[in-house]
Design a protein around this ligand. Structure first.
Ligand SMILES: Nc1ncnc2c1ncn2[C@@H]1O[C@H](COP(=O)(O)OP(=O)(O)OP(=O)(O)O)[C@@H](O)[C@H]1O
Ligand SMILES: [Mg+2]
Length: 207
């Protein structure tokens, strides 16, 4: 079983959004996926799952204190992929959770104010991990936007690991969630869909 952890030191960076869209796409590729909502305060994942008609991927809520047992149980039950959507802070639990991960991603907005606070926060994350730029300015066709390219440069210069796949700001990501759907089932040929497929492929290649 592969374990993917989604963390951030800030709220609203797209952890739950990416967790749901990745889980739905993984399930549709035939990977039996368990999506775990560890955010007991906002529970976006569990709440969106409650309006899904399709009961796959399976979604459960859990406490951080139960995560080692849950990881073992998911392994025993034969899941192919476990995705852990974490609360919006990094603390001592982060080390415990990210130790279970084959790979960890940290979605962040491409705003410089958010990028600048990354280096001191990522120390709490067990490797391997990458920042995933989310809600980026839409790219011109066949190119990366100038703003996003600038952010990549800053992250590369500071030695922060960053995914080569970035996610742009697209309404489809939010619209799909209004129906409890992943974007790849909501609009399978959309730009948003392609980005999720490419991100999932990259995660499988790297981990
Ligand atoms: N790429 C995107 N394009 C458009 N909207 C997005 C994108 N990513 C996230 N959003 C929207 O941003 C908001 C915050 O996203 P989300 O709830 O996934 O963040 P989060 O990191 O899980 O937040 P929290 O820390 O509160 O759990 C949501 O309304 C979501 O639909
Ligand atoms: Mg969330």
């Amino acid at each position: 079983m592969k374990t993917l952890v989604v963390v951030s030191h800030k709220g609203g960076t797209g952890k739950s959004t990416l967790s749901i869209h990745l889980a739905v796409q993984a399930q549709s590729e035939g990977r039996d996926t368990l999506l775990v909502d560890l955010d007991n305060h906002s529970s976006t994942v569990a709440e969106r799952a409650s309006i899904r008609t399709d009961k796959h991927p399976l979604v459960v809520t859990a406490k951080v204190s139960d995560i080692t047992d849950l990881h073992q149980q998911a392994t025993d039950e034969g899941f192919d992929l476990l995705i852990l959507d974490c609360p919006p802070y990094l603390n001592d639990d982060t080390d415990q959770i990210t130790r279970l991960a084959d790979y960890t991603i940290l979605p962040t907005s491409p705003r410089f104010t958010d990028i600048c606070t990354l280096p001191k926060n990522i120390e709490k994350i067990h490797q391997p991990f990458s920042v995933v730029l989310n809600s980026c300015t839409p790219d011109p066709v066949g190119q990366i936007s100038f703003k996003t390219a600038q952010v990549y440069q800053v992250l590369n210069d500071s030695g922060t690991p960053v995914s080569p796949v970035h996610i742009t700001r697209l309404e489809a990501f939010t619209d799909a969630l209004n129906y409890g759907q992943g974007v790849t089932e909501y609009q399978s040929n959309s730009k948003a869909s392609k980005q999720i497929k490419v991100l999932l492929d990259w995660l499988y290649t790297i981990s």
